[in-house]
Design a protein around this ligand. Structure first.
Ligand code: FAD
Length: 594
């Protein structure tokens, strides 16, 4: 019997082999221009590919809404890589994986339309040699990590007359900084004084201690509050970093960079490279070079080379560790990650290998009002929820279909209430849904077409966004107990009609419409910035477990722990990145000049 089965299987395999034989490759393409679209990180990426019989001659990106400074910056690189190698078998841009994959999908579609031999067109690029070339470089200062902290450290080091190499492990500079709004605390700055905002280091310190529930490290906090004004002055002044910031002359505590975080990092990066700095992307630092307890440089590598980079000082600015599951404390893993892919804690690991101290590692910043994008990454909905709650009676319900918190209260309290649930949905009528989407599309988080697509998915995949004619139908689609949502809406509207405060302290004035359609969008807690890290002294030197400086080693930005306690205060983490980067560049320069 066994033998018979084997014979039948062999015959089947033979038949399958015959019938599925790939058609002979034709080699040539049909000369012309072909258009294709694929879903990117936020919305669609549409491109146009021009080919002649033998090769791809041009690729134009016609439409894209990828993240500025990350996906958007990766696209031109991908175009160059494909044109240079004439294959889609290139490595994607690390740090922009979703964009890279979408680009390749659209390219595959266009080339298929052109009748290309797809085996040939997807052939992996061969590495030029099996063993990597060993290269030795020298610099006064090496900065590891190309976010706001690394770029400010590199630029200030350079402006102090040093030769500087900046290593960035992904294909584009920016890190988490490029994803941030770039609100930058400016306590003690010239602008703040001129614009008449009353502030002081003492006040900022008190506010940050309160915000961080006194889990902050006061020594690090003191560095920040006492130097942030001077750092901001340098950041915006023409003879400093000369980064464009918005200013309308009204009294304000913080200012925002033009073009958000992406605008700030691209301006810093341009100033650094045009000033003669060496920027090496796709080049992760792997370990510190240490001689007799003194840091003397770093080892790094790219696709084809291993680098030994000798330097008089090394500044670690590798960001956080939120993208490294092994380092994220267990309690946060239930939430959705919304940070940068490069935040894998490399700087912490390199420093720990030389006995550096780390602390506050249990604190990770979480935020409510988040949805999940098709890429699986968490996305803040702040630009949407504000509008939704102001437009009509939108509210949040939990898995039981009942409200559980003051949706408009402070984020910390809302989050504590969310933690008690297993799920939560933002319930909206047409007016609030339109207002929500206006805020989100206005902030270029997604497009109207995305909304149509997601609604058509009817609850399949991410984000979970559903529409129904009645509340009962909406409850069914969201798996809420029968009758619960209708009851919640009735109670909400009753209080709103009286213009009273509800049991959670939210003042209700607007009602949820009596008429459908209604919408539900699943809401989550997201995490991104990590708040623990290296311990530093006033000179931005990394301290070891005996609280002694590791000679030659400095740190800046999110890789440093303790500034914020257990939750960060708006505009202070981005503010810390630029302040600490500026300080570290100056401190390292001063030390090596001695
Ligand atoms: C979505 C989002 C919104 C935010 N919003 C705000 C806000 O509104 N206000 C605020 O104050 N803060 C905000 N933050 C936090 C703030 O932006 C960050 O804490 C800050 O920008 C971190 O700067 P950084 O330079 O230390 O790190 P990053 O900007 O993350 O840069 C670190 C860089 O180091 C690179 N790197 C890592 N390992 C290596 C290695 N081995 N070799 C070479 N390079 C390496 C990474 O790829 C990355 O590019 C937000 C963060 C996110 C993700």
């Amino acid at each position: 019997m066994k033998k018979l089965v084997a014979i039948v299987l062999a015959a089947m395999l033979l038949m399958t082999g015959c019938s599925t034989k790939a058609p002979e490759a034709t080699g040539g393409m049909k000369a012309g221009t072909y258009k294709a679209t694929a879903a990117g990180f936020h919305g669609d990426i549409t491109l146009e590919v021009t080919v002649d019989a033998e090769k791809i001659t041009d690729i134009q990106i016609l439409e894209q809404t990828e993240t500025e400074g990350i996906g958007a910056a990766a696209l031109p690189e991908l175009v160059t890589k494909v044109l240079d190698n004439q294959t889609l078998g290139i490595d994607g841009i690390s740090g922009a994986t979703v964009t890279s994959n979408s680009f390749k999908t659209a390219m595959e579609d266009a080339l298929t339309q052109a009748g290309a031999d797809m085996d040939k067109m997807t052939k992996p690029v061969e590495s030029s040699s099996a063993t990597k070339e060993e290269v030795t470089l020298d610099a006064d200062i090496v900065v590891v990590g190309g976010g706001a902290a690394g770029l400010t450290a590199a630029l200030s080091s350079q402006q102090n007359g040093n030769s500087v190499i900046l290593l960035e492990k992904t294909g584009v500079v920016g890190g988490a900084s490029a994803m941030a709004g770039a609100g930058t605390m400016a306590t003690g700055s010239q602008w703040q004084k001129e614009d008449g905002y009353e502030d002081s280091p003492e006040q900022l310190k008190a506010d940050m201690l309160k915000n961080g529930h006194n889990n902050n490290d006061e020594a690090t906090l003191d560095i920040y509050v006492n130097t942030t004004g001077a750092a901001f002055d340098w950041l915006v002044s023409e003879d400093g970093a000369n980064v464009p910031y918005q200013r309308d002359g009204k009294p304000t505590r913080s200012y925002s960079g033009e073009g958000r975080g992406a605008g700030v990092v691209s301006s810093l990066s341009e100033n650094f490279t045009t000033g003669g700095g060496t920027l090496m992307t796709n080049t992760p630092a792997t370990e510190l070079i240490v001689e007799d307890g003194v840091v003397k440089g770093v080892k790094a590598s790219d696709e084809t080379k291993n680098y030994t980079i000798n330097a008089k000082a090394v500044i670690l600015a590798t960001g956080g560790f939120g993208a490294n599951d092994a380092m994220v404390p267990e309690e946060y893993k239930q939430f959705v990650y919304a940070g940068h892919a490069g935040a894998t804690g490399d700087g912490l690991k390199m420093a720990e290998a030389v006995n550096a101290d780390t602390f506050n590692m249990e604190f990770v910043n979480t935020q409510p009002n988040s949805m999940i994008l098709p890429s699986g990454l968490g996305q803040y909905c702040n630009p949407g929820v504000g509008g939704a709650y102001a437009a009509s009676g939108a509210f949040l319900v939990n898995q039981d279909g009942v409200r559980f918190s003051n949706e408009k209260g402070n984020a910390w309290d809302l989050m504590q209430d969310m933690k008690k649930n297993t799920a939560q949905y933002l319930v909206m009528d047409q007016t609030s849904f339109d207002a929500f989407n206006k805020g989100m599309t206005g902030s270029k988080i997604y497009s109207e077409e995305d909304v149509e697509k997601w609604l058509a998915n009817d609850g399949e995949g991410n984000p979970f966004m559903v529409k129904a004619d009645t509340l009962e139908e909406l409850a069914k689609k969201t798996n809420l107990p029968e009758g619960a949502l209708t009851e919640t809406a009735a109670k909400f509207n009753e209080t709103a009609a009286k213009g009273e405060k509800d049991e959670f302290g939210r003042e209700l004035t607007l009602t949820l419409s009596d008429e459908g359609p209604y919408y539900a969008l699943q809401q989550y807690i997201r995490y991104y910035a990590t708040l623990g890290g290296l311990r530093i002294n006033d000179s931005m030197q990394v301290l070891n477990t005996e609280k002694q400086p590791v000679e030659g080693l400095y740190a800046a930005g999110e890789v440093v722990g303790g500034l914020e306690g257990d939750v960060y205060m708006g505009a202070t983490l981005f503010g810390w990145a630029v302040t600490s980067g500026y300080n570290a560049g100056n401190a390292a320069s001063e030390a090596i000049a001695k």
